[in-house]
Design a protein around this ligand. Structure first.
Ligand code: ISL
Ligand code: CA
Length: 562
């Protein structure tokens, strides 16, 4: 197999959402000194790369994904000296850092945009400006330049009185989209990349990177949730930009990129990460998190394990290399989504470890999101005032407009709100969960006394202990890292697959159901000696496999090696 042993294939990534990770000064907001104080914990866990969600200067309309200065650190997170210290301290522990690169849009408070509002400014073409349709503003959507709609369920066009035109924003109105038809914009981005790479940053997670180039501003023909998508999703011009950034900048450094790509299909993804084309090294797709979702990720449908296996089979076999993840700052907690979050409880424990086993037995670079390693759950919101996420509020407004009854709106919001993943990390059972001595910026989950880092650290066989052991297991196994993925079968909540390299085979059986389930349906019997069993601590034994694999307990996972 080609290209093995690259450090970004060997290592495990840990995503830090800074404002919720660790507060160091009691203002209730996580910060960079807080991250430094936890580096030893992360090193002990065995991770080798940190992905840092945005810490750049930002007015915070979208929690830092609206950047007003790409070369400075927001005071709420610390200073550039703190950032330099973080890079140095991480390096001492052999941990590399990748930054979030948010370049589809800037903040409207970015200097470029402020200057761009002047029609005669050389910055005018940094953004996408259009006159009102028919020349008259003020007729609502009719005056807007086209029929596109935004990812945040609002208009994509905002009228600017100063210059008498609209600007495009695929996300929040405080996030104007950059104009990638302007070569000057691309040069600016190259400068930003060099700035961070020269500081010792090891790569980038590239926000919504397959929609930055807009081929046309014509109306979208397809109806559906995002009309207009055909003019900006995975366009030829987008590929060209990624190739240029790679050729002119990224390839000159020892770094990698992972793209967040929205609504990609397998063919688009292949083009974006084909090693020969030199665009991205890997990407995040969403399909595996949407097997129980309808058209939009807000509307649920029944989970089917068979579907999950089919989705993984498609991507595992379709791409040369995967970015494997189950959680991030935009998604509900995985144990609440595909597992059981009744806490404390055996099913919570077992499903959290089953999901860990799933993640570490797939082929690709694993990404853990902060708190996933202790089985943190969705937040038990009791009212909308507890929710801060702009997307959730917009969604609620939209659903109201469509007369969706309050109880349903609330149910869907609770399950899908991005704030589920954004509550502070539960470090201990102390007040403030060891996250802050002050008032946290977002509520702390009430279950922090039962689910926290300190208690799991003390306990062999805890979820945290599983993650540690799985990380070590993967590090020591070429088959887990590079072996081929083959599905075995799925029925009644069980999914089974194997990983093979040379004459070694690892077989994985996962029961995604609340009922015990039999494996008799499998075309192939699982063989090998038992390595992991999620209903106990990690086992390394040669117990009778037949007895062990005929029936799986609810949410039990087994891994056998031959
Ligand atoms: O999370 C989503 C749906 O709820 C996605 O549509 C999400 O908005 C999309 O994946 C883009 O996410 C990224 O860019 C956004 C930012 O709000 C997200 O936090 C970021 O991950 C705009 O920069
Ligand atoms: Ca702070």
């Amino acid at each position: 197999m080609q290209n093995t042993n690259l450090w970004w294939k060997e290592r495990v990534v840990y995503q830090i959402y800074p404002r919720s990770f660790q507060d160091s000064n009691g203002d209730g907001i996580g910060d960079i000194p807080g991250i430094i104080s936890r580096l030893d914990e992360l090193a002990a866990l065995g991770i080798g790369i940190i992905w840092l969600s945005p810490v750049y200067r930002s007015p915070d309309a979208d929690n830092g994904y609206d950047i007003s200065d790409y070369r400075s650190i927001d005071p709420r997170f610390g200073t550039m000296d703190d950032m330099d210290a973080l890079i140095a301290e991480a390096r001492k522990r052999d941990i590399k850092i990748i930054m979030d690169l948010v370049i589809n849009h800037t903040s409207d408070e970015h200097e470029w945009f402020q200057k761009s509002r002047d029609k005669n400014s050389p910055y005018r073409d940094y953004y996408i400006w259009q006159p009102p349709k028919g020349g008259v503003h003020g007729q609502g959507r009719k005056s807007q330049p086209n029929n596109w709609t935004s990812f945040f369920m609002e208009d994509v066009w905002e009228f600017d009185e100063q210059s008498g035109e609209y600007y495009l924003h695929l996300f929040h109105k405080k996030q104007p989209d950059l104009n990638y038809k302007n070569p000057k914009v691309i040069e600016e981005i190259k400068g930003i990349l060099r700035f961070w790479l020269d500081k010792g940053i090891a790569g980038f997670r590239c926000d919504v990177i397959n929609i930055i180039y807009k081929t046309s501003l014509a109306d979208g023909k397809q109806r559906g949730i995002l009309p207009g998508m055909e003019w900006y999703k995975s366009q030829e011009g987008n590929h060209a930009i990624l190739q240029e950034l790679r050729r002119d900048v990224l390839d000159k450094y020892d770094c990698f990129t992972v793209g967040e790509t929205v609504m990609v299909d397998l063919d688009e993804a292949k083009a974006l990460c084909d090693t020969g084309r030199k665009e991205l090294d890997m990407l995040f797709y969403f399909e595996h998190l949407e097997v129980d979702r309808r058209i939009s990720r807000f509307i649920p449908k029944k989970f089917k394990a068979e579907k999950l296996l089919a989705v993984f089979t498609k991507w595992q076999q379709g791409l040369e290399w995967n970015a494997v993840y189950l959680e991030n700052h935009d998604q509900p907690r995985i144990v609440s989504h595909y597992g059981v979050d009744e806490v404390p409880g055996i099913l919570w424990f077992r499903s959290a470890t089953l999901l860990a086993i799933l993640e570490f037995t797939l082929r690709g670079t694993p990404f853990i999101y902060q708190g996933q390693e202790i089985g943190m759950t969705n937040f038990d919101f009791t009212s909308l005032d507890q929710v801060k996420d702009v997307e959730s509020h917009n969604l609620n407004r939209l659903m109201k407009r469509y007369h969706i009854p309050a109880f349903l709106r609330w149910k869907w919001l609770k399950a899908s709100s991005r704030d589920n993943a954004r509550t502070p990390v539960q470090w201990s059972a102390e007040d403030g969960a060891g996250f802050t001595t002050g008032t946290p910026w977002l509520g702390i989950n009430r279950n922090y006394k039962r689910i926290n880092y300190a208690s799991q650290k003390k306990c062999r066989g805890s979820i945290l202990d599983y993650y540690k052991k799985l990380i070590a297991l993967r590090a020591g196994s070429e088959t887990l890292k590079y072996g081929e993925f083959k599905p075995i079968g799925s029925k009644g909540g069980i999914i089974a697959y194997e990983r093979t390299l040379g004459d070694e085979t690892w077989t994985v059986l996962l029961n995604f159901s609340r009922k015990p389930a039999g494996t008799a349906f499998l075309e192939k019997t699982a063989t090998g000696s038992l390595l992991i069993r999620s209903s106990s601590t990690i086992a390394f034994s040669n117990a009778d496999r037949k007895e062990l694999t005929e029936t799986l307990l609810p949410y039990e996972a087994l891994v056998l090696k031959e």
